[in-house]
Design a protein around this ligand. Structure first.
Ligand SMILES: CC(C)c1ccc(C(=O)O)c(O)c1O
Ligand SMILES: [Fe+2]
Length: 285
C-alpha cells in the first residue's frame, strides 16, 4: 500500500492567469510567492506553494501528495504497475517547476491526475497574505469520481486513505488524524471538485461571508456546519468556476482502533446541521 503522508499542492489550469492571481490574493487571501508568464504560485502557509495556477487549459488539474521517503516513490511505481497504472518520473525541470526533490505522476482509476512527491520545498518564511482571511493551512480537496465503488477501492487499497464518513455514496477520506483531506464524490467529471483552506475560527468564516457578499462573489453553500467533521464552513466560486471552501474546527480522529466510519443520508441535513442547502451539483439530492 502506498502511504500518503500529507496533501501537498494542486496545479490548476486557467484561461486568465492574472484574473486568478487577483482572486487568490485579494479574495481568497493567499500570498503570491512567485509568478512567471505562465505560472503563479500561491500559498497559505510556509511551504513553497499550495496552489499553482497555470495559464492555458482550464480543464487541466493535478493533485499532489507527499510521501516520506524516496524509496517509497520507487515502491509506489511497482505497486501501481501491479494494478496496471504506469507512472511518469518527473524530469529535473519538472521538479524545479514544482519545487520538489522528486515526483512521479499517474492517472488514478478515475483518470484524475495525481502526483506523489518527495520533499516538497519549505521556505522557512511565514506566509504574509495581502488580505487576512485567517487561513491557517491548506485543508483538503474534493475529487470527482465517475465510479465511486471502483475509486474508493483504489484510494483505500492501493493508496492509504481511510473512510472517515460517507454521505450517500460520497466519502470523506483521511490520511492522518485530520477527519478528511480528500473528499471523493460521485459525478460525471474528472479532477478537482473543491479546494479547502482552514481558517482560525468561526469569526473568520463569518467575516468572509460579509466580505464575499460585498464583492459579489457567488456563495454556493453556507455559512453552515458539517455534521461529519463538525467544521463550520462557507463555499464560494472562483472566476475559474471552481468551488472554494473556508472551514474551521475540523475534528481529529485520534483513536483509530475504536473509530467506525459513519453513513450519512444523502440529504441536505447531512451536509449542514444548521439548515444551509448546498447549491453545488455534486452535493445535491
Ligand atoms: C460537501 C462536501 C463534500 C463536504 C462534506 C463534508 C465536509 C466536512 O465534513 O468538513 C466537507 O469539508 C465537505 O467539503
Ligand atoms: Fe470540503
Amino acid at each position: 500500500m502506498i502511504n500518503l503522508h500529507d496533501i501537498c499542492y494542486l496545479r490548476l489550469g486557467c484561461r486568465d492567469l492574472d484574473e486568478m492571481v487577483r482572486f487568490a490574493t485579494e479574495i481568497l487571501g493567499l500570498e503570491l510567492r512567485q509568478k512567471t508568464a505562465t505560472h503563479a504560485y500561491l500559498r497559505g502557509d510556509s511551504s513553497a506553494f499550495n496552489l499553482c495556477y497555470i495559464q492555458g487549459d482550464a480543464d487541466y488539474d493535478v493533485s499532489a501528495f507527499e510521501l516520506r521517503e524516496f524509496v517509497e516513490l520507487e515502491q509506489a511505481e511497482r505497486e501501481l504497475a501491479e494494478v496496471g497504472i504506469q507512472v511518469h518520473w518527473g524530469s529535473k525541470a519538472e521538479c524545479t517547476e514544482r519545487h520538489v526533490e522528486a515526483f512521479i505522476a499517474f492517472a488514478d482509476s478515475n483518470d484524475n491526475r495525481i502526483e506523489l512527491v518527495y520533499r516538497p520545498h519549505q521556505t522557512g518564511v511565514r506566509y504574509f497574505p495581502s488580505r487576512d482571511a485567517g487561513i491557517t493551512e491548506f485543508g483538503h480537496f474534493g475529487l470527482h469520481s465517475r465510479d465511486i465503488k471502483r475509486d474508493l477501492h483504489f484510494w483505500t487499497s492501493v493508496l492509504s486513505a481511510c473512510v472517515s464518513d460517507k454521505i450517500g455514496d460520497g466519502a470523506l477520506l483521511r490520511i492522518d488524524q485530520v477527519h478528511h483531506k480528500i473528499a471523493l464524490f460521485p459525478s460525471d467529471k474528472v479532477g478537482v471538485q473543491h479546494v479547502n483552506f482552514q481558517v482560525a475560527s468561526i469569526d473568520d468564516v463569518m467575516r468572509s461571508w460579509y466580505f464575499l457578499q460585498e464583492r459579489g462573489v457567488p456563495i454556493v453553500f453556507g455559512p453552515g456546519r458539517h455534521p461529519t467533521s463538525t467544521a463550520m464552513f462557507i463555499y464560494f466560486l472562483g472566476p475559474d468556476r471552481r468551488v472554494y471552501e473556508y472551514s474551521s474546527g475540523v475534528k481529529r480522529i485520534t483513536d483509530e482502533a475504536s473509530y467506525t466510519p459513519r453513513q450519512f443520508e444523502m440529504k441536505p441535513s447531512s451536509f449542514c446541521m444548521w439548515g444551509a442547502k448546498p447549491n453545488v451539483e455534486e452535493f445535491s439530492e
